[in-house]
Design a protein around this ligand. Structure first.
Ligand SMILES: Nc1nc2c(ncn2[C@@H]2O[C@H](COP(=O)(O)OP(=O)(O)OP(=O)(O)O)[C@@H](O)[C@H]2O)c(=O)[nH]1
Ligand SMILES: [Mg+2]
Length: 460
């Protein structure tokens, strides 16, 4: 990682689009841009924080690569706190590549994944918790996830962590004074008692923060679980059973649920965003048609699908239709209403969903039967990584939670330590201080940084 050089990358996703952006950052960024850019009206030096219309020129005399809008942003009011240039080209692979190549040929280096953000971090523009928040903003899958991520990007978590670290620092100063100037006989014990009392208060705050982080994780990492099945099989009954409350209306009328319902359930520590849908069947009712269409789309989008069949009635035509839209999805099959009879052998379910190793669970939701097995099957699927989509995010926030937990443990050690030994108290406090510093990146190893920033895409 050389901070002195100038990096360049295509910042927009690969493929065709209206526009695409090549981004440069570093001491040579403006110089390189001015060499390849032929402005329509603007004159050099290009004004900062303005958009300039013009052309990017190729290496041959008179060669034009693309018509572009170019922005020069001089340090320090930029994302990386370095000189930044953004070139808005037409969003095709060829113009973007050629503009990028033009910058490289003039001495820019191809950026590593996340290197722009890493520079922002190293220059103090963002701390580590905020950088991770930024990644979560890009990856947010739900509105709630976006809100939580934006809060983190703004520095909600960082601020609280810094406040707590400040308090620990004050306590440490006090202990140092007691160690350096032990004037009276009992001063250590008095200091020790005061430090412990305040340490207990700090521990409470760290714990509250860890609790909040765990809750935030629900929004960030929610495994979207869609309940699907034909009308009346017990989809809403399952939502209610998992929530342990009468959230959805359940009636014997087929077609009760018209619109989808979404709720979060914490299942063995795994956050599930459960979506109840309208039963899938051919229908003439307009409202129901829309609901059925949504259910199909949701099933496609979900990380996990719980497919409910009526065990007593056997496999119906609609069930086959539903099965056909579940190809390639992670599915759990729930054979419900076994209290009324069991007319679906496992082999038939396997034929219905060829290729899938879907767990099959027998249940009678009306009698709360089969729920434990279902929860076990889901947690196994998620923990074994068979449910895609949320694992990388899970790791990022896990890092923060683990740091909070280590800080708690050190504070607990401190509280259990002998009163009259300020040295020991201070060791534990320092450990808590360091653990909290990892969240914002104040105390962090390079290889951990590598790991975190490698999760970003190139150009971010
Ligand atoms: N006998 C029996 N009835 C059940 C069972 N589970 C649910 N039911 C009943 O089946 C009916 C339909 O249940 P819902 O949960 O509303 O079914 P749904 O799939 O949401 O139906 P739609 O809203 O039409 O999509 C209700 O009367 C439930 O009480 C079960 O295990 N056994
Ligand atoms: Mg329903």
């Amino acid at each position: 990682m050389f901070l002195e050089d100038t990096i360049a990358a295509i910042a927009t996703p690969p493929g065709e689009g209206g526009i695409g952006i090549v981004r440069l950052s570093g001491p040579e960024a403006v110089q390189i841009a001015e060499k390849i850019f032929k402005p329509r009206k603007a004159t050099f030096p290009l004004k900062s924080h303005r958009l300039h219309l013009g052309w990017v020129q190729g290496p041959q005399e008179g060669e034009i690569i693309d018509e572009v809008l170019l922005t020069v942003m001089r340090a320090p009011r930029t994302f990386t706190r370095e000189d930044v240039v953004e070139i808005n080209c037409h969003g095709g692979i060829v113009p973007l590549r050629r503009v990028l190549e033009a910058t490289i040929s003039l001495g820019a280096r191809l950026a590593e994944p996340g290197e722009f953000t890493r520079r922002a971090f190293l220059k103090g523009r963002l701390d580590l918790a905020q950088a991770e928040g930024l990644l979560q903003v890009i990856r947010a899958k739900t509105g709630e996830g976006l809100q939580a991520a934006l809060g983190q990007l703004e520095g909600t978590l960082s601020r609280r962590v810094r406040e707590i670290r400040q308090e620990i620092l004050l306590l440490l100063a006090r202990l140092e004074a007691a160690i350096d100037f032990p004037e009276e006989e009992d001063v250590d014990e008095v200091t020790g008692r005061q430090v412990k009392a305040q340490g207990a208060g700090i521990l409470e705050k760290v714990r509250a923060l860890a609790e909040g982080a765990r809750r935030g994780k629900i929004y960030r990492d929610g495994v979207e679980t869609v309940i699907i099945g034909r009308p009346n099989v017990g989809k809403s009954s399952l939502l209610n059973a998992l929530l342990r409350e009468e959230r959805a209306i359940v009636t014997e009328v087929a077609g009760t649920t018209r619109d989808q319902l979404e709720e979060y359930v914490n299942l063995a520590g795994i956050p599930l965003k459960i979506v109840d849908t309208a039963g899938i069947r051919k229908t003439r009712n307009r409202v129901e048609i829309i609901g059925v269409e949504r259910a199909r789309n949701l099933a496609q989008r979900g990380d996990l699908v719980i497919f409910i069949l009526n065990a007593a009635e056997g496999i119906a035509r609609e069930d086959r239709e539903i099965a056909s839209i579940l190809q390639g999805k992670q599915v759990v099959v729930l054979l419900n209403k076994i209290d009324l009879g069991e007319n679906i052998p496992e082999a038939e379910v396997r034929r219905l969903l060829p290729g899938a190793e879907a767990p099959i669970i027998r249940a009678s939701l009306i009698n709360q039967q089969g729920l434990e097995e279902l929860e076990l099957a889901i947690s196994q699927l998620v923990f074994q990584g068979q449910v895609e989509g949320s694992r990388a995010d899970f790791l990022a926030s896990l890092r923060q939670i683990q740091a909070l937990e280590r800080a708690s443990a050190s504070l607990l050690d401190m509280l259990a330590g002998p009163l009259e030994d300020p040295d020991l108290l201070s060791i534990d406090l320092k450990a808590a201080y360091a653990a909290l510093g990892e969240i914002t990146g104040e105390t962090v190893e390079d290889d951990l940084l590598d790991k975190i920033f490698a999760e970003f895409c190139i150009g971010k």
